[in-house]
Design a protein around this ligand. Structure first.
Ligand SMILES: Nc1ncnc2c1ncn2[C@@H]1O[C@H](COP(=O)(O)OP(=O)(O)OP(=O)(O)O)[C@@H](O)[C@H]1O
Ligand SMILES: O=C(O)[C@H](O)[C@@H](O)[C@H](O)[C@H](O)CO
Length: 164
């Protein structure tokens, strides 16, 4: 229920639509939206921009910052876009949150995401890192899972339906 889970983390690989869907969802629910990309230290951005995937250590401090953001908005509500690729990353994000944090997993095929990323402009994440994103991904078993092979508004409608 939205009532119990006011902190919603929109997750999935690069280009799956976290920012697009997260913003629309935030508008619908009246919660602020934060893009995890804006919380990376500069070194992480440099690394990804030069085509090198982040490792667990690179992501640790970033995930802790996002956990602090989640805790800060525990009672008021927030939407956070974060890849949250591994189970251990999701544990860090969820720390101290219990049932008040829910993951929304945007599920899509490599080919579909590749084609969307190929036409996306002005973003630091190179297309070449998509393979490593899929290799790192451990799909969540307990998440609201929605296929991205549909129009954005339909995805949001389905998420809202599953949150009820
Ligand atoms: N449902 C959709 N239908 C068509 N295009 C979409 C859909 N969702 C997102 N897109 C497009 O796909 C591209 C990737 O979306 P977006 O930037 O929201 O993904 P992201 O998961 O936030 O990526 P990143 O993690 O790399 O920041 C964008 O160009 C966006 O406009
Ligand atoms: O965990 C990661 O490797 C990162 O979060 C990436 O997923 C990017 O930040 C994001 O997707 C940018 O496009």
């Amino acid at each position: 229920m939205v009532k119990n889970s006011k902190v919603l983390v929109v997750m999935g690989v690069s280009g799956t639509g976290k920012t697009t869907i997260g913003k629309l969802l935030a508008d619908q629910l009246g919660y602020p939206f934060f893009d995890g990309d804006d919380f990376h230290p500069e070194a992480n951005i440099q690394k990804m921009s030069s085509g090198i995937p982040l490792n667990d250590l690179d992501r640790k401090g970033w995930l802790l910052r996002l956990n602090a953001l989640a805790l800060e908005h525990k009672d008021s509500g927030v939407i956070i876009a974060c890849s949250a690729l591994k189970k251990t990353y999701r544990s860090i994000l969820k720390s101290g949150m219990g049932q008040q944090l829910k993951f929304i997993y945007l599920d899509g095929s490599f080919d579909l995401i590749q084609s969307r990323l190929a036409s996306r402009k002005d973003h630091f994440m190179p297309l070449g890192l998509l393979k490593s994103q899929f290799e790192t991904l451990e799909p969540p078993s307990k998440a609201i899972t929605v296929s991205i092979a549909q129009e954005s508004n339909k995805i949001v409608e389905e998420i809202l339906r599953q949150l009820k």
